[in-house]
Design a protein around this ligand. Structure first.
Ligand SMILES: *Cc1c(COP(=O)(O)O)cnc(C)c1O
Length: 427
């Protein structure tokens, strides 16, 4: 049996049906910004494997970091034991993230880091003997992961609420998504909606959770940093904790090291993941302030109630350290700005296409929003035939390439989008 036949019969892929006719492509290897398929074709990577592989694939420095760590230990339990890779990584994260985040809790995936963030906020209020603050406030069009607490704060229409519903998921408070785009001032109307929501729901809420400035899988939207600033002010005014989910935006993607910097704010709790290891291993972290960590530690029962088996895996921490050092050793801000300009120029032509509703670019993220959802059975092979790896969802065709991409390959990506969308119109 050919191994790709096993896939068709036995393997469930992300958000997919076992009966799907949308093909999956067998990958042989990946190097730099190129993905090599088993049939020999090579594709320019436009996805960074979902925001992760910021330095590209098979990077000698990252490979070396893993090999070196492998010589001493690949894993050791974190209960009662500690190790240098985790300590070095915690120091880097505390230094690089916004002021005030001093305590690091390592987890094994983004969704779990969101679960941990939400649990921290709940346990903070339990420790203060305030039993009324049990729900979360958030904004529509958000995405925070696929586990149950994370699902409950994903967009109630595009997320999984419509299937699992309010009797299964925790009931949360949804404020309309921010309207004003990045670069515009906030409207009085959207700020008023926020204020009203705080007036009505702050007393029963533990925290406000959102993705700062860039909403990812919930709609690929870039909103005004002024809105984030307002949320911070209202959280202070009403005593709510602010949770910033930087899992997609962290490590430079939006043009700042962390998207909170666009508004100059510090959250009380912050999640990082995805690009943390440069796309090598699964690792995430939830950071918080000493106010939160001390309150939980001084409360009843005095311990934070979480501890994953693979917490702070040494291989993952070692490659995360190498990835962060590599990022900081580059002129990453100039590089992201360059990619932003290439994306703006390269995607501008798509604006004329009838199928296109809007083109938007921020940092190393380029988004084409269509009027209608794409037909994956048709569009996915068309992109592969055009020599690119681009994975649209719903009405969104988007690019977030590795930071090491050059202009020629970026142009291959943007040209492929134009020609594939143009064909669709002709068809
Ligand atoms: C991807 C993502 C998550 C979930 O991370 P996983 O590692 O897939 O569990 C959470 N929040 C945001 C903003 C994300 O982009």
């Amino acid at each position: 049996m050919n191994w790709t036949d096993i896939d068709k019969q036995h393997i469930w892929h992300p958000y997919s049906s076992m009966n799907s006719e949308v093909p999956v492509f067998a990958v042989d290897s990946a190097e730099g910004v190129m993905i090599k398929l088993a049939d020999g074709r090579e594709l320019v990577d436009g996805m960074s494997s979902w925001w992760c592989a910021i330095h590209g694939y098979n990077h000698p420095v990252l490979n070396q970091a893993i090999k070196k760590q492998l010589q001493s230990m690949s894993h050791i339990m974190f209960g009662g034991l500690t190790h240098e890779p985790a300590n070095q990584l915690a120091r880097k994260l505390v230094e690089l993230t916004p002021d005030g985040l001093e305590t690091v809790f390592f987890t094994d995936s983004g969704s779990v880091s969101v679960e941990v963030a939400m649990k921290m906020a709940l346990q903070y209020w339990i420790s203060k003997d305030d039993k009324s603050r049990t729900q979360f406030m958030t904004i529509r069009s958000g995405y925070h992961g696929d586990t149950f607490a994370a699902m409950s704060v994903c967009d109630p229409d595009t997320g999984m609420h419509s299937i699992f519903g309010n009797n299964v998921l925790m009931k949360q408070v949804f404020v309309d998504a921010p309207e004003s785009a990045y670069g515009q001032p906030c409207s009085n109307q959207e700020l008023q909606k926020l204020e009203t929501a705080f007036e009505q729901h702050a007393d029963s809420s533990a925290a406000f959770i959102l993705e700062p400035v860039v909403q990812g899988a919930g709609g690929m939207r870039f909103y005004s940093p002024g809105y984030l600033l307002k949320v911070r002010q209202l959280c202070d005014q009403y005593g709510l904790l602010l949770i910033a989910d930087e899992i997609a935006t962290g490590f430079g993607r939006s043009g700042k090291l962390f998207a909170c910097e666009h508004a100059g704010i510090s959250p009380d709790i912050m999640c990082v993941g995805k690009a943390l290891t440069g796309g090598y291993m699964t690792l995430a972290a939830t950071l918080t302030t000493t106010v939160v960590s001390e309150t939980i530690s001084n409360g009843e029962p005095g311990v934070f109630m979480h501890g994953p088996t693979f917490m702070a895996n040494p291989l993952a921490c070692a490659v995360a350290n190498a990835s962060i050092d590599l990022l900081l050793s580059l002129d990453w801000q100039d590089k992201i700005m360059q990619i932003e300009n290439w994306l703006r120029n390269g995607l501008a032509a798509c604006q004329q296409l009838e199928s296109v509703r809007e083109v938007r670019v921020l940092g190393a993220i380029g988004v084409i929003e269509l009027h209608e959802p794409v037909d994956m059975e048709q569009i996915q092979p068309a992109f592969v035939d055009a020599g690119v790896w681009i994975r649209p969802f719903g009405k969104l065709v988007y690019l977030m390439p590795p930071y090491i991409i050059d202009e020629v390959r970026l142009t291959t990506l943007t040209n492929a989008i134009f020609s594939v969308l143009d064909e669709r119109r002709a068809a």
